[in-house]
Ligand binder design. Structure first.
Ligand SMILES: [Zn+2]
Length: 690
């Protein structure tokens, strides 16, 4: 799923618009800013939605059966949101039982037969279930064919954010200006398939699906899998018939209906395997969508090169509005918001879900990052295809979201942390974690791991531990350190690096400052391979260090003083920077007292002040009293930035003036000399301009 574009406020409005049938207006298509938004926010607030989903998944029924197939017939009159359905569920017993529990939410069940015999049933809307009484004990291995006839009735009130089936009508022009035809579609992730078909909808349960949709003649119905044809029924209706013979989870099943045109083009995805690539779009969009199909084909080919050949019998997209999301990766037939129908980030995101989410499905909702982080990182990989490493780095940089509230959480199990299931932590932050993994194990192992992931769990569902095991089988290394830090733990590392050189030795100091910057969070101290690039004259050398402490020094032999040293030069590691640190001591180098000019100056939010505590640098040197104070023009103390004992060395601190008045400030450094006698002082001026 891709969330709707815009800020959180905008999203809430869009969602509401989707529910109420309000057209959100043009101007939604943009790329970079769109990546950083905070995710879909429900009208009732993300938290209550999160809690409800948590309740929903807290105690999943462990079924006594496995569903082999759904054969669903939907009857959509396309005049209101009501419909009728008939679902033939073929299942095999896994344990002896005389009743079966499946899901439904506010459907009117008219009859249930099992192996041709009418059976009694009870419905339980509060728990979104229904129980079928089989009349006798069925044994493990028995195959049952259950047929459920049901309807959605107008008199059954529903929660507006969990409709499952959404319907919009052109005869309400005030609310949907310009809707070209009546529109009906299903949208189920995570647990709303039960709103439009009785089923067992959990992401770990997969089966085949054959879906027929009967609508008034003139309407086109798009659904999963191969198109089997249409049949005119002689009563003014037409039946569209689709079959997904591959394994599919219920939340990926769909029906999308309107008066669509259907531009289509063929693509060879593997030797001897040609599939149709098609759009279902309104006539006003048909030229645009037809012209975009070659780009989609290029995306399919490219993702196929990275992840293995496209797995399904077709790839289709339908374009709709109103729609409360950017896109939804229904298996073989993505639903896209009309305003984003040619937005490359959204299109490639949903397409990549056909591998990550559809072919290999998250085994539980806490594992949702296995869908969304992978799809979001696929957006970055598409940019890399087009523009190389520079484009990749630029895109990843644009996706940083340290200010996004959900980012402080762990990538695994957002709901378990009180976050909305589809928070940005599983999109952008999770994509960054995959990028960091790629940097840590290298391109070859990274892509082999993805291929292994696919090979092991194709047409199945799997959880985070399974993905870790796939990476471990490829790298031959225990990866629990990486998954522990980056997937199961909240937060991110805050790194600062400084260096010095003397006597043919380069000394690096790397500090992790996340505990200082975010003292209230229980974030890990990271163990990470980190790259540092040393530039000397026309040469550069890349060094890799294994950093694992809050402050850690590393020494390398280097004959000449380097021109510069750059931390994480290729941008592989998700991290933030905070305050600068002083360089590590290089033994035997004498330092003299110094107060540096602040930088930048003038400044408009904060500025960094550097100073040198004099003495011979050595790890055994004694600390002396250091005080750094900021004064205003009248000589009043504004803030004391430093007041502690520090050994000889170069130090930096930051003056944050955001809450201060504009104007001139002074800063004064006072350092006690060793042995208690006298002090060195210096004063400099800085200018704060708001
Ligand atoms: Zn997605």
């Amino acid at each position: 799923m891709r969330c709707a574009p815009g800020t959180g406020r905008r999203i809430a409005w869009l969602v509401l618009a989707g529910i109420l049938g309000v057209n959100p207006g043009p101007g939604q298509t943009h790329s970079q800013g769109f990546e950083k938004q905070g995710g879909f926010i429900a009208p009732d607030g993300g938290l209550s939605l999160a809690r409800r989903h948590q309740d929903m998944h807290a105690a999943p029924t462990n079924p006594a059966f496995h569903v082999l197939s759904y054969k669903l017939d939907l009857f959509l009159a396309m005049v209101n949101e009501n419909f009728a359905g008939r679902n033939q569920i073929t299942l095999v017993m896994k344990a002896p039982a005389d009743s079966l529990v499946l899901y439904q939410l506010k459907l009117q069940i008219d009859s249930i037969s099992v192996n041709g015999v009418q059976r009694g049933y009870t419905t339980d809307d509060a728990n979104e279930r229904f129980t079928v009484h089989l009349g006798s004990l069925h044994q493990s291995g028995d195959t049952l064919r259950m047929i459920v006839a049901y309807r959605r009735l107008p008199e059954i009130p529903r929660q507006t954010d969990r409709l499952g089936y959404y319907y919009f009508n052109t005869t309400i022009p005030d609310t949907i200006p310009g809707l070209p035809a009546n529109l009906g579609y299903t949208m189920s992730e995570p647990g709303d398939a039960r709103c439009w078909m009785p089923c067992y909808d959990e992401p770990w349960e997969k089966s085949t699906a054959e879906i027929s949709v009967t609508v008034p003649e003139g309407y086109v119905a798009a659904s999963n899998g191969r198109f089997l044809g249409t049949a005119l029924n002689g009563d003014g209706t037409i039946t569209w018939h689709w079959k997904e013979g591959h394994q599919i989870a219920t939340y990926l099943m769909c029906a999308t209906v309107s008066k669509f045109t259907n531009p289509v083009s063929n693509l060879t995805v593997a030797p001897g395997d040609t599939i149709p690539v098609e759009y279902f779009a309104w006539p006003r969009d048909s030229a645009l969508t037809a012209a975009y199909i070659p780009t989609v084909k290029q995306m399919i080919t490219n993702l196929g090169n990275l992840y293995g050949p496209y797995p399904w019998d077709k790839y289709g997209m339908s374009s709709v509005t109103p729609f409360a999301y950017g896109g939804m990766e229904h298996q073989t037939i993505t639903t896209l918001h009309e305003f984003l129908q040619t937005n490359q980030d959204v299109v490639v995101h949903e397409l990549s879900h056909q591998w990550w989410g559809d072919l290999v499905t998250c085994g539980s909702w806490p594992d949702i990052w296995l869908n969304e982080s992978f799809a979001t990182y696929s957006e970055a990989l598409w940019r890399e295809t087009l523009g190389g490493p520079v484009a990749l780095r630029g895109f990843m940089k644009g996706m940083l979201g340290f200010e996004n509230g959900s980012w402080t959480g762990a990538v695994y199990n957002p709901e378990g942390q009180g976050l909305y299931l589809f928070s940005d932590v599983v999109y952008s932050k999770g994509a960054w974690v995959l990028h960091t993994l790629r940097g840590a194990i290298g391109d070859s192992a990274f892509y082999r791991s993805l291929r292994m992931w696919r090979q092991l769990y194709s047409e199945k569902s799997a959880v985070t531990a399974d993905f870790q095991a796939a990476v471990e089988s490829v790298t031959g290394r225990d990866m629990s350190w990486f998954f522990g830090e980056w997937i199961y733990s909240p937060g991110w590392p805050v790194y600062s690096m400084a260096y010095d050189w003397g006597g043919g030795t380069l000394t690096l100091r790397i500090a992790q400052q996340q505990h200082e910057e975010y003292p209230t969070y229980a974030w890990p101290t990271y163990t990470m391979p980190l790259q540092v690039r040393v530039y000397t004259g026309t040469r550069d050398t890349t060094l890799t260090v294994r950093d694992s402490l809050l402050t850690q020094d590393f020494s390398f032999t280097l004959p000449a003083r380097p021109d510069s040293v750059v931390f994480d030069p290729d941008g592989w590691v998700l991290h933030d920077a905070w305050k600068p640190i002083g360089p590590p001591p290089v033994p035997g180098i004498p330092l003299s007292f110094s107060l540096m000019q602040n930088y930048p100056n003038p400044f408009n939010t904060s500025s960094t002040i550097g100073y040198v505590v004099p003495g011979i640098m050595s790890q055994f040197a004694a600390a002396v009293g250091v005080k750094l104070t900021v004064y205003d023009l009248l000589g009043r103390t504004v803030v004391t930035l430093v007041n502690e004992r520090e050994p000889p060395g170069e130090y930096y601190t930051r003056f944050d003036a955001t809450a201060r008045a504009s104007g001139v400030y002074f800063y004064r450094l006072e350092i006690q000399s060793g042995g208690g006698g006298g002090a060195s002082t210096a004063v400099k001026k800085m200018v704060f301009v708001k």
